[in-house]
Write a new protein. Structure first.
Length: 61
């Protein structure tokens, strides 16, 4: 398992959420990131999911 990072922001740049989670691969990480955002009702906020190497997997503004 690999460790990924999810971050969500307001338009002003204020940090709303910062979470780390594990996933077997990048595709699973995108799915898990989406679930976390839905649980926190942050899917419509600016957010990103980043791989352990720093690769941007998913970004929404």
């Amino acid at each position: 398992m690999r460790t990924y990072k999810l971050t969500a922001y307001e338009q002003t740049g204020k940090l709303l959420a910062e979470e780390t989670f594990t996933a077997a691969n990048d595709d699973e990480a995108k799915d898990k990131g989406r679930v976390l955002l839905e649980e926190k009702d942050l899917l419509n906020q600016t957010h990103r999911v980043v791989s352990p190497e720093g690769k941007l997997l998913w970004f929404h503004s």
